[in-house]
Design a protein around this ligand. Structure first.
Ligand code: SF4
Length: 98
């Protein structure tokens, strides 16, 4: 997708940086055997593609590139499918503006 100036959104997002808090995932998928419709929708809804389905048919999250947009929180926290917290201070996305 391009902006009005011809710059691709993906190229702009590439400018962001992430400080990964190893072993302290700020989003967790609750254990499940069969994913709910809400969980499955996250695979397409997350703009950072943090969610994917594994070989057992379960939805997993790898929140290292999370932009903290809150989309998955709106969709699946209320259903009990995920636990969502902000990263600890100093970790997570570092937005580059301009
Ligand atoms: S908060 Fe946004 S970017 Fe982060 S995992 Fe959820 S949907 Fe993806």
């Amino acid at each position: 997708m391009s902006t009005e100036t011809g710059v691709r959104v993906e190229d702009k997002l590439y400018q962001n940086r992430y400080l990964v808090d190893a072993g302290q995932a700020h989003i967790k998928v609750k254990p499940h055997s069969k994913p709910s419709p809400a969980l499955l929708s996250l695979i397409k809804a997350c703009p950072a593609h943090c969610y994917e389905i594994n070989s057992n048919g379960q939805v997993e999250v790898a929140p290292d590139g999370c932009m903290e947009c809150g989309t998955c929180r709106v969709i699946a926290e209320g259903t009990g499918d995920i636990e969502w917290n902000y990263p600890r201070g100093g970790y997570g996305v570092l937005f580059k503006f301009g």
